[in-house]
Design a protein around this ligand. Structure first.
Ligand SMILES: Cc1ncc(C[n+]2csc(CCOP(=O)(O)OP(=O)(O)O)c2C)c(N)n1
Ligand SMILES: [Mg+2]
Length: 646
């Protein structure tokens, strides 16, 4: 330390909190605080350190009490995603189980490329009282704790064994959090004793700091090459991913497609990149995509991938693109993604790259034949969505599915369980374009990817990188905190709800309104369907009693009352078992500032099918079950379409 530097004596934890409150991001000249607060659950591993610091500095950085550590990371990730990664929340758990509860959330954030700051408590750096409560012991090393488990799921990981280490660790942590290319979970493990230790910190550490999120530009020669490829293309397609939204490139995308006539398919994270309606929007692409997008993908000779990780859902497990000489242009701020599928990599910010590409393709336009084909397939798809979402098809669907638990629909339409697609139709009709739907796992993501018309770039919030059951309600909380001016609708299955509903209590406590629409089909419709498809008949996916006669889980329906459960957590609860009741419930909750749960019983078997697509789930190679054998044969055939792009 030089003599000129003034210092401030603080505990390490006080210094961390003080530092976090001073961090900002700026993009395109717009500056905002990086941290919108700190979520936490206290235990011996953080209460006297970070807990004390948060108490003392509570006017600088607000503390929120979560109910589960995994949930609070989902909340932070959703908050960050809603803010296009320019803001996030910090999470403080105790050490031990409080810390490891966050690992699932950390993996989700890193996989989805969204920033979250995790500050787990850690074992004593001084070691004398070891093993402390909840400490993992090793006979090989004393330099091991459960927090080492965060390493593979963090983009930056550090353990602060001396208080002065934060002087170098915190700026690194912020660099990674605010780097569009590197971002994800950042973990600073904070030993319990060191949190409370004082140090003379340089005062400069606590000066306000602005992390400029730039717009890196792609290599010029490669841009020229990309423009040539586009000009040479007769059947191009754009695959728009989450990067389009994060980079605020929806306007740039629209300008490019309006000028060239190239149609757009969207990934789960990219849905809303070209908001509906637009003549060149084909909706979702890939395993859960629309017929319109999947047909164009099948024949595309050039795929312009913008801000996508090209997951197996997007590529239909590498079967989506079947043109003999198809080639790819990868526009991505992350090299790893830009190079996928042997693409011509345009490594850079999506908006900057699109802005520079536009003048280079001036004069290029797709053919009249392409324009006609896109218009026709879009019109056909819109009609198909209307058909699938319209209640008139309720009875036909029960007839289509002879195994249906909805057989009563055939004899008595009044008593029929609702179909999920019809509920989605009502939500689509009722919600305002700027309202946000939040979802993550089960059968809803696939149905929504196909059926939902995202009319606002931030209106469709799907966590489908990790597809983590339990994200939904916790995530909804983060979305509402990030966009309090919007109505937030959490769409959640009964399985996901049972896994993690407790953040309703946090929402009630904070007066943060979310409206949960709970689709109760008594078990796992999605994985049940997948189990049937692989020949296992939905084994182990129904919420039913074990049947003494058969020894299987095929007894009576369980007496679980999800409405009573939600009410017990403090939510307003409405049960809606008809579409009319659902419309009423949505009107009622829209005018209520409280957090509500609308419980909608839906038929498990009434599923929305796939549209000329596939997902690779390998089937048992040997089995005595004929259903498995035929599923295997079908899988072996379908798999032949998988391609290597080299
Ligand atoms: C944490 C977690 N565990 C398991 C899975 C695998 N999984 C995907 S969907 C699903 C069932 C979801 O059930 P529910 O929420 O009721 O939705 P439904 O399938 O009935 O639409 C399961 C078990 C997962 N995605 N996440
Ligand atoms: Mg379910």
């Amino acid at each position: 330390m030089t003599a000129r530097q003034s210092t401030i004596r603080l505990t390490m934890a006080q210094a961390v909190v003080r530092f976090l409150a001073q961090q900002h991001t700026a993009r395109d000249g717009h500056e905002q605080a990086l941290f919108g607060g700190v979520f936490g659950i206290f235990g011996h591993g953080n209460v006297a350190g970070i807990g004390q610091a948060l108490h003392e500095q509570r006017s600088a950085l607000r503390y929120y009490l979560a109910r589960n550590e995994q949930a609070m990371v989902h909340t932070a990730a959703a908050y960050a995603k809603m803010h296009n990664r320019l803001r996030t929340l910090a999470c403080t758990p105790s050490s031990g189980p409080g810390a490891t509860n966050m690992i699932t959330g950390a993996a989700g954030a890193t996989i989805n490329r969204v920033p979250v700051l995790l500050l787990p408590g850690d074992i004593f750096a001084g070691r004398r009282p070891a093993p402390v409560l909840q400490q993992l012991e090793s006979s090989q090393s004393q330099d091991v704790s459960v927090n080492d488990c965060f390493k593979p799921v963090s983009r930056y990981w550090d353990r602060i064994n001396r208080p002065e280490q934060i002087v170098t660790a915190l700026p690194e942590a912020m660099r990674v959090l605010t780097s569009p290319a590197e971002t994800g979970a950042v973990t600073l493990a904070l030993p319990q004793d060191v949190q409370a230790e004082a140090y003379d910190y340089p005062a400069a550490l606590f000066e306000p700091r602005v992390w400029t999120v730039g717009r890196p530009r792609a290599d010029r020669d490669r841009l020229q090459q990309a423009a040539q490829w586009i000009r040479a293309s007769r059947r191009p397609l754009i695959v728009a991913g989450g990067g389009v939204l994060y980079s605020d490139a929806t306007g740039a995308l629209r300008r490019l497609v309006d000028a060239t006539g190239i149609a757009v398919g969207e990934t789960q994270a990219g849905k809303g990149a070209l908001p509906d309606p637009h003549p060149l929007s084909l909706g979702g692409v890939g395993a859960t995509g629309t017929q319109a997008a999947n047909r164009l993908a099948h024949d595309a000779d050039l795929v312009l991938v913008i801000g996508s990780r090209l997951s197996d859902f997007t590529t239909a497990s590498k079967t989506a693109f079947q043109h003999d000489t198809v080639r790819f242009i990868g526009i991505n701020v992350t090299e790893l993604d830009a190079f996928k599928h042997a693409a011509l990599p345009l490594v850079g910010d999506a908006r900057a790259v699109l802005d520079e590409l536009l003048p280079l393709v001036a004069g290029y336009h797709v053919t009249a034949e392409y324009v006609e084909a896109v218009a026709a397939s879009q019109a056909a798809w819109r009609a198909e969505v209307d058909r699938v979402c319209s209640p008139q098809s309720e009875i036909q669907s029960a007839i289509r599915n002879p195994q249906s638990e909805n057989q009563s629909a055939i004899s008595n339409p009044q008593s029929a369980l609702l179909e999920q697609a019809h509920v989605i139709g009502v939500l689509q009709d009722t919600l305002a374009p700027t309202d946000v739907i939040v979802c993550a796992a089960g059968s809803l993501p696939g149905d929504l990817h196909k059926l939902w018309r995202a009319r606002d770039p931030k209106g469709y919030h799907m966590e489908y990188g990790y597809s983590c059951m339990g994200y939904e309600i916790a995530g909804g909380l983060g979305v509402k905190m990030a966009a309090p001016e919007r109505e937030v609708y959490v769409l959640v299955g009964d399985g996901s709800y049972l896994m993690m509903a407790q953040e309703i209590v946090t929402a009630v406590q904070e007066g943060i309104k979310v409206t949960v629409v709970l689709f109760d089909n008594r078990g796992f419709a999605s994985i049940g369907g997948l189990s049937e498809a692989v020949g296992s008949g939905g084994f182990g996916t129904r919420y039913r009693y074990r049947n003494a006669a058969t020894g299987e889980l095929d007894g009576d329906v369980l007496p679980v009352d999800l409405a009573a459960n939600a009410a017990s957590l403090g939510a307003r609860v409405i049960c809606a078992d008809t579409l009319a009741a659902l419309r009423d419930a949505l009107a009622t909750t829209a005018n209520d500032p409280r957090t509500s749960v609308i419980v909608v019983p839906v038929a498990r078997e009434a599923r929305v099918g796939g549209y000329e697509s596939w997902w690779d789930v390998p089937v048992a190679e040997v089995s005595t079950t004929p259903e498995v054998q035929s599923a295997r044969a079908a899988w072996e055939k379908a798999r032949q379409k998988e391609r290597d792009f080299l």
